[in-house]
Design a protein around this ligand. Structure first.
Ligand SMILES: [Cu+2]
Ligand SMILES: [Zn+2]
Length: 169
């Protein structure tokens, strides 16, 4: 006889979906920036969702400077968001997370850019490069300038304006 067990008393169904979570905070370059990222395991990979407010508004390139936005967005290899007030914020996050020794543009930590909608962004995307447990202990970083997905080793995306340490959830 089989009895359906709706609660995970003997069979922990709910623990089978792994998630990771990061709370994102701004550096002194974007002090109002705040939001979160989640990574949820789904068939064949993971779904990444991010929601952030307090981003800078878009500014076109001028005078040989890079545009402000859309914003480079990456997982960096070290989960250390210290140094938010320095002139080069979050200096302890290391390089892009790159477990398969790829060029920049195809790092596991290379994400789509974030578009600021008058300061707000929300995005979800699929990746088959990792699952949630793989990214725990690393950091998620938002940059001031766009990622060109070409310049090595990090896409010329400028200073860091947001950082979050990725934790199991
Ligand atoms: Cu980065
Ligand atoms: Zn990269």
């Amino acid at each position: 006889m089989y009895y359906y067990q709706p609660y995970p008393m003997y069979y922990p169904i709910r623990q089978s979906v792994m998630r990771a979570y990061a709370e994102i905070r701004g550096s002194k370059l974007a002090p109002d920036l705040k939001g979160y990222m989640t990574v949820m395991d789904i068939p064949n990979g993971a779904e990444v969702t991010v929601e952030v407010s307090g981003l800078p508004h878009y500014k076109p390139a001028q005078g040989g400077q890079s545009p402000i936005g859309p914003h480079g967005f990456h997982i960096h290899e070290k989960g250390d968001c210290s140094g938010s007030n320095s002139s080069d914020p979050f200096p302890n996050t290391g390089e892009h997370w790159n477990p398969t020794n790829q060029p920049h543009g195809n790092h596991a930590g290379d994400f789509p850019v974030l578009f600021s909608n008058d300061g707000y962004t929300r995005m979800s995307f699929f990746t088959n490069k990792f699952t949630a447990k793989d990214v725990v202990g690393k950091s998620i970083i938002i940059h001031e300038n766009p990622d060109d997905y070409r310049t090595q080793p990090s896409g010329n995306s400028g200073k860091k304006i947001g950082c979050g340490v990725i934790k199991a959830y």
